[in-house]
Each structure stands twice: as structure tokens, then as C-alpha cells.
Design a protein around this ligand. Structure first.
Ligand SMILES: [Cu+2]
Length: 385
């Protein structure tokens, strides 16, 4: 069946092609001694061969060096998640549909704070939907300590009655939640989730039709970020690796630039014309670096604030990011958005762009939270919390 979404397979770390083993190299002299022509005229030919071999060796060394660099770069930008890390991450989608018992289901409210897997498909799907959901189910069963909610939204509400969805999902797992709605409601849910809308094919003579639909299963974390997308084709064992990491409290980065990951981001509230603070956590896997500037469309200017030894707030022109973890926290260093172009209210999203000394940039989208939630959202979460 057709997939309407170009389910982008994440760029895999290129395996550095193993250089030919030393034993496979031609002998340095080009020809074995006992095969050397007896007479002198070919000395020039031999030295040309030697030169050619030297050039070839140099070329091999250069290409190995290039390959190694490529590999290192790929590793630096790749956190090794099996799913595709969404950058910038999106908030937990907000939509209301109807569950298989006929009750309204407010997705954001019902699943808030829960690790959630969200999938749009249909029960008549010949292969992708059953394989994908079954793979997820098996991966979750292999990780019984991890509590997760799986929500399936039909993209074929005409044939997928609530009863049919229920019995089909029960074939995988009776705890899977099934949702349906009018075509308009389902379209709105797809849009809210950032999913390509499904399109039914023309029915055949028997009236049967396929539905082209996006194949990614979205993972939404306990921090209410939609942070990973699993395209069809992911193996159960790869999925289990991600689930292990999530179970141990790890989260995919909010954004990354080179060796620096932003692992948490939240903004405080603020009135139009006034200021709001931005708190970020950085994991720098590389050398010491600095953020030279921060920009945003949400405010007239951005100021980096530090606190000196006596606790007095000071302006800093750059933000040092030593190797390791750096937290911008309430009472410590933070980023101020000054002259807000509109009020930032809890539930809003604001985006800033970080400009690093090496020219890299990272776009960070973050939730605006109420004052009384700032500490919860900026203090490291306990694993499994
Ligand atoms: Cu399908």
C-alpha cells in the first residue's frame, strides 16, 4: 500500500569501510624480485610503478582520513536513537476524538505526563498497520517496567466503527486506546500531531479501498514533548534500545548543534512589553564552547544574564558552555527575552535560536510554563518519575 508520508528513514551512521587488510597490499617493489626483468631499460618503468604505488597509497590514506572524519561528524550529530529525533520538538498534540466506548477523548488532557505512542492508521490495512503496532507491542512487552499509553486513531472512520477498532486492537493489546471521529475531526488531529493527512484510494470493483497514510508512530514523553518518530520498518530490537533509554530517564535532545545537545528547555511567563526568562540544559559532548548570541521573533532583544559570586545579576555578552552539563536555572544564569512582542502565557510555545561560536545554530522550541511549574520543569527529573 501507498504511504502518503515520506517516512524519512533516519540517516544511519555510515559504517567506515574497513581498509583492505595489509596482506592484500601489493608488495612495495611492485613485482616480486624473481620476476624482475634482467636488463636495465626497465629501471625507469620500475620507478614509475613505485611512484604510481606511492600515489595510490597516498590516495588511500587521504580517503581513509576523509571517511573517518565523516564518521566522526555523523557520530557527533547522532545521539544513537533508533527513532528520528524531532527538531524542533513539538508539544503534546491537542485534539478531541471519540474512544471505542463512545466517550469523548481529550488526547492532551487524558495522556498528560504519560509516555505516549500515537499512531494514525486503519484496520483494513494489509500490512503496515498490523506489523508496526505489533512490533511496538512486543517491544513494550519486553520492557514491563516502562509504563506507556498507546493511542490508535483511525484514518478510515467510514469502515472503522468503534466496535471494529476495539476488536482489532484487542488482537494486539486490550489496553491500546482506539479513537475515531468525523473526517474533519481526524484531519484536525493529524494537523495537531504534525502528521501528513491520510488519503483514501479510489475503491475497486468490489468496493474495497486502501488508505494512504503516514506510517510514523510518534513518541510523546512524560515531559509532554513529541520527541521521536518511528517510521515503518523499525525492528523490535532497535525499538527496545530506545525504550531502555527512556526507562532509565534519558530523553532525546530538544535541539542539537554539533556536539551540543539541549536536553531541557522551558520559558517562564511574561506580559507583552515585559520580560520572560528562558531556562535551558546543555549536554556538551565536545570541547568547551560558547554561545555568542541568542535570537528570537518573540522579543525585541535577548540578554544573557549571569550571576556573580555575590549573587548579583550581571549581563554577560556570551555564555560559556564547558564540556559536560550546563544548566540555566532559576536563580542562576539564564536567558532573558526583553520587550515581549506579545504576552507569553502558560501553554504557549516560544522559539529561540542559539548561535554558537563555531557558527553552528540550534533552534529550540519550548513550552511557556506558569511560575509555579518552573522549578519542576528545570530541576532534573528522577528516572521513571
Ligand atoms: Cu496501514
Amino acid at each position: 500500500m501507498l504511504d502518503s508520508s515520506a517516512a524519512s528513514t533516519e540517516a544511519r551512521r555510515p559504517d567506515a569501510a574497513a581498509p583492505a587488510s595489509p596482506g592484500a597490499r601489493p608488495p612495495a617493489g611492485g613485482l616480486p624480485p624473481d620476476r624482475l626483468p634482467p636488463a636495465g631499460p626497465s629501471r625507469r618503468a620500475i620507478s614509475l610503478i613505485v611512484l604510481a604505488i606511492a600515489l595510490l597509497a597516498a590516495a588511500v590514506i587521504v580517503s581513509m582520513a576523509t571517511r573517518n572524519r565523516t564518521t566522526v561528524d555523523a557520530v557527533a550529530g547522532d545521539d544513537g536513537w533508533a527513532g528520528a529525533v524531532l527538531e524542533p520538538t513539538r508539544p503534546r498534540p491537542e485534539f478531541t476524538l471519540t474512544d471505542t466506548s463512545g466517550r469523548p477523548f481529550d488526547f492532551a488532557a487524558e495522556t498528560e505526563g504519560e509516555l505516549t505512542f500515537l499512531y494514525f492508521g486503519y484496520t483494513n490495512c494489509p500490512d503496515i498497520c498490523p506489523i508496526h503496532l505489533s512490533t511496538l507491542n512486543q517491544a513494550l512487552r519486553a520492557q514491563p517496567d516502562l509504563s506507556a499509553t498507546v493511542v490508535f486513531v483511525t484514518t478510515d472512520p467510514e469502515r472503522d466503527t468503534p466496535e471494529r477498532i476495539r476488536s482489532w486492537l484487542d488482537g494486539f493489546n486490550g489496553a491500546f486506546i482506539g479513537l475515531t471521529g468525523t473526517p474533519e475531526e481526524i484531519l484536525a488531529a493529524e494537523a495537531a500531531s504534525g502528521i501528513t493527512p491520510a488519503v483514501p484510494d479510489a475503491p475497486g470493483e468490489d468496493g474495497f479501498y486502501l488508505v494512504g497514510h503516514a506510517t510514523e508512530i510518534l513518541a510523546i514523553g512524560t515531559d509532554d514533548r513529541t520527541y521521536l518518530a518511528y517510521p515503518f520498518g523499525i525492528r523490535q530490537s532497535d525499538w527496545e534500545l530506545d525504550l531502555d533509554r527512556i526507562a532509565s530517564g534519558e530523553v532525546p535532545p530538544v535541539a542539537s548543534a554539533g556536539a551540543v545537545d539541549v536536553t531541557a528547555a522551558v520559558a517562564g511567563q511574561g506580559k507583552a512589553g515585559e520580560a520572560a526568562s528562558v531556562y535551558l540544559t546543555f549536554d556538551n559532548r565536545g570541547d568547551d564552547t560558547t554561545i555568542d548570541a541568542v535570537s528570537t521573533d518573540a522579543a525585541d532583544q535577548v540578554v544573557l544574564h549571569g550571576t556573580d559570586a555575590s549573587g548579583v545579576m550581571t549581563d554577560a555578552s556570551t555564555l560559556d558552555l564547558p564540556s559536560g552539563t550546563t544548566r540555566l536555572e532559576p536563580g542562576g544564569r539564564h536567558i532573558m527575552l526583553e520587550g515581549l512582542r506579545q504576552a507569553l502565557e502558560p501553554g504557549d510555545t516560544v522559539t529561540v535560536t542559539l548561535h554558537f561560536a563555531d557558527g553552528e545554530t540550534a533552534q529550540v522550541a519550548m513550552d511557556v510554563v506558569a511560575y509555579d511549574d518552573v522549578l519542576d520543569r528545570t530541576t532534573p527529573q528522577e528516572a521513571g518519575a
